[in-house]
Design a protein around this ligand. Structure first.
Ligand SMILES: Nc1nc2c(ncn2[C@@H]2O[C@H](COP(=O)(O)OP(=O)(O)OP(=O)(O)O)[C@@H](O)[C@H]2O)c(=O)[nH]1
Ligand SMILES: [Mg+2]
Length: 303
């Protein structure tokens, strides 16, 4: 089942973001370092490009991501026009302290009491926008929580007399084009509970982990993984943890929850679900592979 999630408050959030964009100098777009492109909202790029605003892309939660993949993404973003990218953890004070200076470099004509630098923080739900606001402000101003759509309204804050910050609600977009992206987002907790089935998402995640990070699975669940697929990995977890439902069958729902939580919390280790190469392959697989047949020329009517 393709995952789509665009609750009502996001329509008004989009409208409000379009208004604020006119009074913004730099967009700070927070994405998830474990899936930077899948967690990039095309609607944000549209709003930003309409007003031609520069973008600092923050690959956040880099503490949870595979450092090799993160470096590959930073190299990739260096080649993309109009975007500066940095990987960090909003939970690290020294990482966050670098951000205002990076934004100022993108809008050097701003940053004075008369012309303060106006930064709007945008991104999909649950990527750490409010955590970033709190870290920049050095106090707990915005509500934070490991649940998508905690922030429901924009909040404007003065960082100092030369800088202004706007926190915005996490925004999804009305139609996720690739089913794969929907599943990656759901695994990473950007999608509301009511729009996903844990077991389906965990089976998808399990298949990626079996292929890319088998050693982390063996270490965490003390299981042998030869010949396992996504579904049977959930069975193995249920067996190892003793998760059973009445009648003695494996409780796969509970195993799914465990796997998702372990990935989301970093308990499995540092994992990236997407690399530039994997992204490219996924996109190529969706290109129309068959060139439309050329119509044979109509016979000439010589009569
Ligand atoms: N490990 C790790 N966790 C983080 C980081 N940044 C944020 N988090 C966690 O991610 C979860 C979501 O953080 P929020 O700041 O509420 O995210 P948000 O983008 O404001 O979410 P919405 O308001 O729902 O759109 C919280 O549990 C944070 O503690 C980070 O750099 N590393
Ligand atoms: Mg928030």
């Amino acid at each position: 089942m393709a995952i789509q999630w665009f609750p009502g408050h996001m329509t008004s959030a989009r409208k409000k973001a379009a208004e604020t964009m006119a009074k913004t100098d730099v967009v700070i777009e927070v994405v998830d370092a474990r899936l930077p492109e899948a967690s990039t909202n095309p609607m944000i790029a549209e709003l930003r490009e309409f007003r031609q605003r520069p973008c600092l892309k923050i690959l956040n939660k880099a503490d949870l991501a595979d450092p090799v993949a993160t470096q590959a993404w930073l190299d990739w973003y260096k080649q993309q026009p109009g975007i500066s990218a940095v990987a960090l953890s909003c939970k690290s004070t020294s990482d966050v302290a670098r951000i205002p200076k990076l934004c100022l470099q993108l809008a050097p004509h701003r940053g004075s009491p008369l012309k303060p630098l106006r930064m709007m923080i945008m991104g999909i739900p649950n990527v750490g926008k409010s955590t970033l606001i709190n870290a920049l402000m050095k106090r707990r101003i915005a509500a934070v929580g490991d649940e998508p759509a905690i922030t429901k309204q924009q909040q404007r804050l003065e960082l100092n007399d030369r800088m202004i910050l706007v926190d915005t609600p996490g925004m999804m977009w009305p139609r996720i084009q690739y089913a794969n992206d929907g599943l990656l987002l759901a695994a990473s907790h950007a999608i509301g509970r009511n729009a996903m089935i844990d077991e389906e998402v965990a089976t998808f995640l399990a298949a990626i982990l079996l292929e890319q990070y088998p050693d982390l699975l063996i270490k965490r669940y003390k299981c042998t993984i030869a010949n396992l697929d996504g579904h049977s990995l959930l069975e193995a977890i249920a067996q190892q943890r003793g998760y059973r439902i009445r009648g003695g069958q494996f409780d796969l729902e509970k195993a799914a929850h465990t796997l998702l939580q372990d990935y989301r919390d970093g308990a499995l280790g540092r994992i990236s679900l997407e690399t530039p190469r994997a992204r490219q392959q996924m996109l190529s697989a969706h290109l129309p592979s068959v060139v439309a047949p050329v119509e044979p020329p109509l016979p000439l009517d010589l009569s």
